[in-house]
Design a protein around this ligand. Structure first.
Ligand SMILES: NC(=O)c1ccc[n+]([C@@H]2O[C@H](COP(=O)([O-])OP(=O)(O)OC[C@H]3O[C@@H](n4cnc5c(N)ncnc54)[C@H](OP(=O)(O)O)[C@@H]3O)[C@@H](O)[C@H]2O)c1
Length: 281
C-alpha cells in the first residue's frame, strides 16, 4: 500500500504525514504540496499537488492507493471545485480510498456557514466518488488560543461571542493520530466521525490558560455583531467574519458534541488537563 497526504506544507498535512511515517515507515508515505520546496523536513517523497491543477494532481497521484485530502483555504465557492479536482484526479489515477478532513460547524445562519456548507458539499462529492471513503469532522484547533496569549494578556481578557457555549476543541497532533487511523483502518470506511475533545466553555478555557501561564485572564461575552466587527477590524473582510461565525456557532451549541474520537482511534482524545499541564511544563 502507498499512502499520500495533500497540503503537507501546511500544519495539519505535515502532522498527518509525520504520524503516518512514524507508524508505517518512510517507504509507503508520499506527500503532496502546492509548494513542495517548502517541505524540507519530512524525509519522504513530496510531489506537486496544487488543487487548481487537475493534470498535475493526476500525475502526482500515480501509484497511490489511499489519500488524505486536507481541506483547502480558498473561499467556499472556489474550494468546492478545488476539492473536486483532487477527487477526480484520484479516481482517474486509480486511488482506491479517500479520507477527507472536514469541519464541525454551524451549517446555516452564521458568517462561517458558507465554509461549513462547502465542506458538506465535498463530503457529498467524496461519498459519490465511487471510491472507498472515510470522513473526519474536525473540532476547532485550540492552538490559536495559545498563539493569541500575548494579545489576551494585553487586553487582560478573552472577549468573544461564544457566551456560555461549550466548544469541542482539538489539536493538530490529535487529529493527525485520528487521520492515520481513518486512512489505514478499513473497518472505518463509509463513516463520518466528529473529531474533538471534551467540550469546554470560554470561562474554562481562561482557567486553563491562567493555570498554564500564570495569567489572570477573565472571560467577557460580546454580541455576535460586535465580535464580527472586532475581528473584521483586525483580520479583514474574509477571515474576520468567518472567525465571528465560528464563535456564534459555539454560542449556539453546535460544537458541544461528545465526538467519536475513541471510536476512531481506540483511545480517548487527550484531556485538556493533560494538554495544558504539558504546556506548563
Ligand atoms: N479546525 C480548525 O480550527 C481550522 C482552522 C483553520 C483552518 N482549518 C482548515 O484546516 C485546513 C488545514 O489547516 P492547517 O492548520 O494545516 O492550515 P495551514 O497551516 O494554513 O495550511 C494550509 C495548507 O493548505 C495549502 N493550500 C492552500 N491552497 C492550496 C491549493 N490551491 N492547492 C494545494 N494546497 C493548498 C497550503 O499550501 P501552501 O503552503 O502552498 O500555501 C498549506 O499547505 C485548512 O486548510 C482549513 O481548511 C481548520
Amino acid at each position: 500500500m502507498t499512502y499520500a497526504v495533500t497540503a503537507v506544507s501546511g500544519q495539519l498535512g505535515r502532522e498527518i504525514a509525520r504520524g503516518l511515517i512514524s507508524q508505517l515507515g518512510d517507504e509507503t508515505v508520499i506527500g503532496l504540496a502546492r509548494t513542495p520546496s517548502k517541505v524540507t523536513d519530512l524525509g519522504v517523497e513530496v510531489r506537486p499537488g496544487d488543487y487548481d491543477k487537475p493534470e498535475q494532481l493526476q500525475t502526482s497521484l500515480a501509484g497511490v492507493d489511499a489519500l488524505v485530502i486536507v481541506s483547502g483555504m480558498a473561499p467556499p465557492e472556489d474550494r468546492i471545485q478545488q476539492h473536486r479536482n483532487v477527487i477526480d484526479a484520484a479516481r482517474t489515477a486509480g486511488v482506491k480510498k479517500l479520507v477527507y478532513t472536514s469541519i464541525l460547524g454551524p451549517e446555516v445562519g452564521t458568517r462561517f456557514s458558507p465554509v461549513v456548507q462547502s465542506n458538506r458539499q465535498t463530503e457529498a462529492d467524496i461519498k459519490n466518488s465511487g471510491l472507498n471513503w472515510a470522513i473526519g469532522r474536525n473540532g476547532i484547533y485550540i492552538e490559536p488560543d495559545i498563539e493569541y496569549l500575548e494579545s489576551y494578556k494585553a487586553r487582560g481578557e478573552i472577549a468573544n461571542s461564544a457566551g456560555g457555549g461549550k466548544c469541542g476543541y482539538t489539536t493538530r497532533p490529535e487529529l493527525a493520530h485520528a487521520y492515520a487511523a481513518l486512512l489505514t483502518r478499513d473497518e472505518l470506511n463509509g463513516g463520518t466521525y466528529d473529531l474533538n475533545g471534551t467540550p469546554i466553555t470560554q470561562d474554562q478555557l481562561a482557567g486553563y490558560l491562567n493555570r498554564a501561564f500564570d495569567t489572570h485572564l477573565t472571560y467577557r461575552e460580546m454580541t455576535p455583531e460586535a465580535f464580527v466587527a472586532d475581528r473584521t477590524a483586525e483580520l479583514g473582510d474574509f477571515i474576520g467574519p468567518i472567525i465571528g461565525g465560528i464563535y456564534q456557532g459555539i454560542r449556539q451549541g453546535v460544537y458541544d458534541r461528545r465526538g467519536a474520537y475513541a471510536e476512531v482511534t481506540g483511545r480517548p482524545h487527550q484531556s485538556w488537563d493533560d494538554f495544558f499541564s504539558t504546556l506548563r511544563a
